[in-house]
Unconditional design. Structure first.
Length: 78
């Protein structure tokens, strides 16, 4: 796994913030497993040209920034 992007996100009226780390899997084995079923609908390995249509906006930004070589961005800050 190679770290390709770090995203500092603020979301919601409560001002919650977190860091999202985006990694490039250069090789892997096994199946992805969803362990936070109360927070997410699904998990999986996807090709960049075949991502789910309903991808979350900050996740989409992190992926797009990693594709063009931008190592850091922010999302949702005023």
């Amino acid at each position: 796994m190679k770290l390709v992007h770090l995203l500092h996100c603020q979301s919601g009226d409560g001002g919650l913030e977190w860091l999202g780390a985006f990694f490039l899997a250069q090789k892997w084995s096994g199946e992805a497993r969803l362990v936070e079923v109360d927070k997410h609908d699904r998990i999986g390995w996807y090709a960049l040209d075949d991502l789910p249509a309903e991808i979350i906006a900050y996740t989409k930004q992190g992926i797009e920034m990693s594709e063009v070589g931008v190592p850091f961005s922010t999302f949702g800050w005023p």
